[in-house]
Design a protein around this ligand. Structure first.
Ligand code: NAD
Length: 470
């Protein structure tokens, strides 16, 4: 036997990972037909939108989709047809944290993975390479294999691979074009290794072979959780140090610069902030905590849990600082929050620090005016309602006003809180903002974004993570 030359790919899940990842595969492999399927009709309609108003915002994504949609890239809700026609199936469905039942709040909810796997088994009529793209607990591929083999039609073989995605939202297209590594895990059997070769051959269209790492299935699954846990750990470490900086008069930027110059440590991911967000870091660490506990390794679980707890502490500390600096009360005061996405260059709000901050300000009965350049209004109301389930939406909408510019948000405010590092917040007419605000006018920079010295000169009181007041 020799490795299957893949001609048709289907990706189950047209989200932040499945969409961009498989669009790039289609662009780089014009000889392969790529179909991205999803049960969510609205999402698929948006991927097929005539004016390319795609369901997710990601720099460079529209160009990629424009270059191949309708040629070798298709979006569809016909999951069964996609599965039947494909040689290789990416499973890129959501794996959120379980909300109830055993392991609630920690374990991954594998319901979507299981349903997709069962669908593959139910409708496949030929051999398939099934690739776990979703981030999953270690040994999930074994469960998938059991389900597939128990339900396979005669003469239908499934080879399972793990191929976790390391892209970061906001830079997904650059990351996919030029990845640090592509990781492929397979069973170390002749069939497993051949399937691994088939997938590696796809990536080799544009990724140098030395960056395509092939490992065992379980190592691959664990590596993804480990990578996210270690990235988040760096953020929590620098944030923990930022608290010490504020108390001692050290400057976190200077500390990070000095520490990052050590080639063993390196400069990346050492930026202090109000805390990390996004759909992955917290969920993947909690998953690691759950895994460790299930393996009777409580000390390991406690170690990783602390990374998430430090992140919660950082957000709470920031909210408290806002209240403290505004003379211990923000009741009835207007707070302008700039940014709602969990980071710049994405419209994704999952676990965004802004949600926690606004909830805290609401609890203090402040009036919030909010501006984000990308996030849809409906998404904001949904997130704020979920964050404060005890409040009727009308009450939230009385306290929070969504604005269409930074200028509008800041008018009449006592304080500006920068929650997302959108570049445009640096280019605001800060003098104009200052003149429109109540005095003293505060800026709380939760992302170390603005030029604090410049703003101080204008008259602002600038409060920055990891620094005393200027
Ligand atoms: P997402 O929620 O944006 O997309 C998942 C999609 O899968 C949804 O549109 C959903 O409708 C669809 N889906 C679920 N079950 C389905 C089924 N049975 N058939 C067809 N479609 C189905 O999620 P995402 O952000 O793309 O993440 C997907 C996976 O990738 C997760 O495991 C996540 O942890 C992982 N991951 C995410 C990122 C990121 O930055 N978002 C990065 C790396 C890895």
């Amino acid at each position: 036997m020799s490795p299957v030359k893949v001609k048709k790919i289907v990706c189950i899940g047209a989200g932040y990972v499945g969409g961009p990842t498989c669009a790039v595969v289609a662009r780089k492999c014009p000889d392969i037909t790529v179909t991205i399927v999803d049960l969510n009709q609205a999402r698929i309609d948006a991927w097929n939108d005539e004016d390319f108003r795609l369901p997710i915002y990601e720099p460079g994504l529209v160009d990629v989709v424009k270059s191949c949609r309708g040629k070798n890239l298709f979006f569809s809700t016909d999951v069964d047809k996609g599965i039947q026609e494909a040689d290789l199936i990416f499973v890129s469905v959501n794996t959120p944290t379980k909300k109830s039942g055993v392991g609630a709040g920690f374990a991954a909810d594998l319901n979507y993975v299981e349903l997709a796997t069962r669908r593959i088994a139910a409708v496949a009529t030929s051999n398939k390479i099934v690739v776990e793209k979703s981030t999953v607990p270690c040994r999930t591929a074994e469960s998938m294999r059991t389900i597939l083999e128990a339900n396979a039609k005669p003469n239908c073989r499934f080879d399972i691979l793990s191929n976790p995605e390391f892209l970061a939202e906001g830079t997904a297209i650059t990351d996919l074009h030029n990845p640090d590594r592509v990781l492929i895990g397979s069973l170390q059997t002749p069939e497993g290794l051949e399937a691994c070769q088939s997938l590696a051959d796809i990536y080799a269209h544009w990724v140098p072979r030395e960056r395509i790492l092939t490992v065992g299935l379980w190592s691959s699954e664990l590596s993804k959780l480990a990578a996210n846990a270690m990235l988040a750990q760096r953020i929590s470490s620098i944030n923990a140090l930022s608290a010490i900086c504020e108390a001692t008069g050290s400057n976190i930027d200077e500390v990070a610069h000095a520490v990052g110059h050590d080639s063993r440590i390196g400069p990346k991911f050492l930026k202090a902030s109000v805390g990390f967000g996004g759909s992955c870091f917290q969920k993947d660490i909690l998953n690691l905590v759950y895994l460790s506990e299930s393996l009777h390794l409580p000390e390991v679980a406690a170690y990783w849990r602390q990374v998430v707890e430090m992140n919660e502490y950082q957000k709470a500390r920031f909210s408290k600082r806002v209240v403290d600096m505004l003379f211990n009360t923000i009741t009835g005061k207007r707070i302008a929050v700039l940014g709602f996405a969990f980071k710049a260059d994405t419209g994704d709000t999952r676990e965004s620090a802004a949600i926690t901050l606004i909830r805290d300000f609401q609890k203090e009965r402040a009036n919030v005016s909010l501006y984000d350049p990308q996030v849809e209004e409906s998404q904001i109301w949904q997130d704020l309602a979920e964050a404060s389930p005890e409040l009727p939406l009308e009450t939230i909408q009385k306290q929070v006003k969504i604005c269409s510019s930074s200028m509008e948000a800041c008018k009449g405010a006592e304080a500006v809180v920068i929650a997302t590092e959108w570049k445009e917040f640096n280019d605001i007419d800060w003098e104009g903002v200052y003149n429109s605000m109540n005095k003293p006018a505060f800026v709380f920079d939760g992302r170390l974004l603005v030029d604090a010295a410049k703003l101080t000169k204008i008259g602002f009181k600038v409060v920055t993570i990891g620094r005393g007041e200027l």
